[in-house]
Design a protein around this ligand. Structure first.
Ligand code: HPA
Length: 248
């Protein structure tokens, strides 16, 4: 079964027939909301809104451990995350969709591991390839079937938020090799790996990053929201195809 984590602007799925909502408690506290069980085109799906169903939880306050734990409990094979980003690379212009293949973590002060305690031996998971290749390929295939262009690959810089970056910070991330910037990619990806769940992200470029192109003078949330609406409609289309690939 496929699980979908919706990011900003995606608190529900367009074609989801809701079957039930389940409140899941975890050893790490409460997830961002109830897990929604439903079907898309007859295929079972679970959905969770990362920022809560009313979009009230900022990126640094999301209980990533509880979210990932709760989804992993649902016997899911794949977790696809939808996440808004700012484009650093010139071709990652607003409205572009991308499936990153690398990540750099600039976040701090978040609960970022399940291997925290003294009750079991330390585990160092392999994170060379932070996203699940099988799911990345499925996303590419679903996009092709949906006739939607999606850029393959790219390095996601995970920042702390909730503020946007300074232009100099974006320059630094670019020098580091980052192509897009968002606030929720970590620790989500690492926790999925610790749980052994196949996880990938569909990044929705909603603005040029600070100091770039039309964000040279600043970034307006109203512009972001307008781009986001259009791009998310295309994400819904891709997800519709993705669920029907599940199990094959
Ligand atoms: N920076 C960080 N996170 C984001 C951005 C950005 O420019 N746009 C959407 N999420």
């Amino acid at each position: 079964m496929l699980a979908i984590i919706g990011g900003s602007g995606l608190t529900q799925l367009a074609n989801l027939e809701v079957v039930r909502r389940e409140i899941v408690r975890t050893p790490y506290g409460d997830p961002s909301g109830a897990i929604t069980h439903g079907t898309i085109r007859g295929e079972p799906v679970v959905f969770l809104a990362r920022h809560g169903y009313g979009h009230t939880i900022p990126p640094h306050k999301v209980n990533y451990r509880a979210n990932m734990w709760a989804l992993a409990q649902q016997d899911v094979k794949y977790i696809v995350s939808v996440a808004s980003v700012g484009g650093i690379r010139a071709d990652l212009k607003p409205g572009t969709l991308a499936v990153p293949d690398q990540i750099i973590d600039y976040t701090y002060g978040r609960e970022f591991t399940y291997f925290n305690g003294t009750d079991r031996s330390v585990v160092h998971v392999d994170f060379t390839h932070p996203y699940c290749e099988a799911l990345r390929q499925r996303l590419a295939l679903a996009a092709e079937q949906a006739s939607e262009a999606v850029l393959q690959g790219g390095t996601y810089a995970a920042t702390q938020g909730p503020r946007l970056e300074s232009a100099a910070e974006i320059d630094r991330y670019e020098r580091d090799g980052a192509h897009m910037v968002g606030m929720t990619g970590m620790p989500e990806a690492a926790l999925a790996r610790e749980l052994g769940v196949c996880y990938a992200t569909i990044a929705v470029v909603v603005n040029y990053a600070a100091g770039r192109v039309d964000s040279a003078a600043g970034i307006k949330m109203s512009d972001i929201n307008a781009v986001s609406r259009g791009a998310l409609a295309r994400v819904h289309k891709i997800l519709d195809y993705l669920v029907t690939l599940d199990g094959r």
